[in-house]
Design a protein around this ligand. Sequence first.
Ligand code: ZN
Length: 63
Amino acid sequence: MTVCRQCGRMLLFDEIAVYRRLIYRDAEEYLCKSCLAQYLKVEEQEIDKKIEHFKSIGCTLFQ
Ligand SMILES: [Zn+2]
């Protein structure tokens, strides 16, 4: 089980993928969507949009 390194919440597959896509591909620790949004100073919705975007372009991290 993988958890957010900041709040300890269990991570979804998409959250890990978007973290790797946006921050660091070879990361071994991740942030959940909420903490990642805070970290990037954007709305959580923006993270959802990015997830949808990366899926729509067929990013292999999301498969
Ligand atoms: Zn978190």
